[in-house]
Design a protein around this ligand. Structure first.
Ligand SMILES: [Fe+2]
Ligand SMILES: [Fe+2]
Length: 228
């Protein structure tokens, strides 16, 4: 299995528990509420007549809005970083970004377990987005173009990517075995990327019309945005 000797492999180098008081049979004055289903003090969580509760709900809504905005911001940044260009170029950029994460992981020491965990999470995220784009759009398009054997072979490699990620989750991060597994993973991935970049994708790209490549590009970015 050839290891890439290109510049990429060396130079980048409380909660609060809600207490429920059942005042259904009496109101604050002790008198019966009769058929009234709910007194003022036990109004619905969605009632807006209580200042404190309104503030809590307001904060929750603001929190959700902030989370939503952050998510949109993250999607924008990820999409910006990987580019909105042609599908083949974007996938190449993502390969480079993935290998840059490997560089960072390989630069860690055995005692930097937090850092290793964080970088492993980044790697998983990058690979998941990439796999979604390729498995849900590019490989099916390859099959459609009678390149099913190539697509199946690449798809099988992706299965092993998941196996490597699973193994890295289950090996002690302080162990020399962990970083050895990272290097083995990188070698496998570089071979896979090389096949895509230097043979399968360029041939496929050249076989499509400009219009077809544009369509594929749009479909792939749409898919990628789901996991950005
Ligand atoms: Fe791939
Ligand atoms: Fe790829």
């Amino acid at each position: 299995m050839a290891t890439r000797e290109t510049s990429r492999s060396t130079s980048r180098s409380g909660g609060t528990s809600r207490s429920r008081t059942n005042n259904r049979s009496s109101n604050n004055n002790g008198s019966s509420t009769g058929s009234s289903p709910r007194s003022g003090s036990e109004s619905s969580a969605f009632s807006w007549d209580n200042g404190g509760r309104t503030a809590v709900i307001g904060a929750a809504v603001a929190g959700v809005a902030a989370g939503f905005a952050a998510n949109i911001g993250r999607k924008f940044i990820v999409q910006f970083a990987t580019g909105r260009g042609d599908w083949m170029e974007s996938l190449k950029n993502e390969h480079e970004m993935t290998l840059a994460i490997f560089d960072k992981i390989e630069a860690t020491r055995d005692d930097q377990t937090m850092m290793r965990g964080m970088l492993l999470m980044q790697l998983k995220h990058a690979l998941s987005k990439h796999a979604m784009e390729e498995e849900n759009v590019i490989y099916p398009a390859l099959r459609e173009a009678n390149e099913g054997a190539e697509a199946d072979h690449l798809n099988s490699d992706h299965g092993y990517v998941k196996t490597f990620l699973y193994e890295l989750d289950n090996i002690e991060k302080t162990s020399p075995e962990w970083i050895a597994k990272v290097r083995e993973f990188r070698t496998m991935l570089e071979t896979h990327m090389e096949e895509e970049e230097e043979r399968i994708f360029p041939e496929f790209h050249a076989s499509l019309s400009e219009e077809q490549n544009k369509k594929l590009t749009a479909a792939m970015h749409k898919e990628g945005l789901k996991l950005a």
